[in-house]
Design a protein around this ligand. Structure first.
Ligand SMILES: NC(=O)c1ccc[n+]([C@@H]2O[C@H](COP(=O)([O-])OP(=O)(O)OC[C@H]3O[C@@H](n4cnc5c(N)ncnc54)[C@H](OP(=O)(O)O)[C@@H]3O)[C@@H](O)[C@H]2O)c1
Length: 257
């Protein structure tokens, strides 16, 4: 696909990958719209990136998605690319009985139900556009569980499975379906993991990640594995038990109960 002259909606575009995507896509001459929950982060992104359009919208809330769809399509009828990037990752001990039944699934609502609902809302519009694309941001942790983040891994495996089905179901449309299997990177999402016992992972710079994502999208590579994600892909097939044992070392004390 071409990365110029598109109208692109990025969920969670106020920090990390989403902000870097927005910056670079604006530089390439695209119209870029980002969402997020925090109005201060949205205002700061708009101030720093000339031409950026912002909408406050929580991807875990179906009503907010429906409103976002109506407002964005009314203002940007040429919208042709959806990047499902918003995500959260928590360190969770399953021994912790203070975590409530609603709270335990919070990441599922944002990371899995959010993109599924966004796609459901935007597909009828995207199908009418001559050249359209959806990029779902999954993770190397879709390939191998990271036991200290048990819900996160489940959401990313779920999103990966859904993305494969989506690609098959859209094969007779003009919508291209991409998956970015992102490796650990230097973004705020990783803040609470940096000092975790047994966590010894090289973190990619988001600039490099976006370079690789763009290269893959321009070549119509539908599954893009930057850096260590490629290694995880092969290792998860050759030695899944070894990979699980390796990733189980992070936070092993906190998970001991
Ligand atoms: N960083 C990594 O190591 C890594 C590795 C693999 C995959 N990923 C994936 O990459 C994506 C981006 O992560 P990141 O590292 O760039 O994280 P980040 O810097 O924490 O950014 C997350 C973005 O999502 C927004 N967001 C969070 N919950 C939201 C919600 N319910 N509705 C709307 N927006 C929401 C945040 O803004 P608000 O808080 O204001 O809403 C923020 O703009 C995520 O899907 C993540 O799972 C990251």
């Amino acid at each position: 696909m071409k990365l110029k002259n598109n109208t692109i909606l990025i969920t969670g575009g106020t920090s990390g990958f989403g902000l870097e995507f927005a910056k670079r896509l604006l530089e390439l001459g695209n119209t870029v719209i980002v969402t997020g929950r925090d109005p201060i982060k949205l205002a700061s992104a708009k101030k720093n990136l000339a031409g950026l359009h912002i909408f406050q919208s929580d991807v875990s809330n179906p009503e907010e998605i429906a409103n976002l769809y109506k407002t964005v399509i009314a203002q940007f009828p040429k919208l042709n690319v959806l990047i499902n990037n918003a995500g959260q990752m928590r360190k969770i001990s399953l021994h912790d009985s203070s975590i409530g039944l609603l709270d335990i699934t919070r990441e599922i609502e944002t990371n899995l139900m959010g993109p599924i609902r966004m796609v459901q809302a935007f597909i009828p519009h995207l199908k009418q556009i001559p050249s359209a694309a959806i990029l779902n941001v999954t993770s190397g942790l879709a390939l191998v569980p990271f036991p200290i983040s048990p819900i996160y891994g489940a959401t990313k495996s779920g999103l990966r499975s859904y993305t494969k089905s989506l690609r098959v179901q859209l094969k007779n449309t003009r919508i291209k379906v991409f998956e970015l299997i992102a490796p650990a990177a230097k973004t705020p999402l990783n803040d609470e993991f940096r000092n975790l016992d047994g966590y010894n992972v090289k973190q990619m710079n988001p600039v490099e990640l976006v370079d690789i994502a763009f290269n893959g999208m321009e070549k119509d590579k539908y599954e893009i594995y930057p850096g260590v994600a490629r290694v995880l892909y092969f290792m998860s097939r050759i030695a899944p038990g070894f990979m699980l044992r390796t990733l189980s070392k992070a936070g092993s004390k906190e998970m001991a109960g």
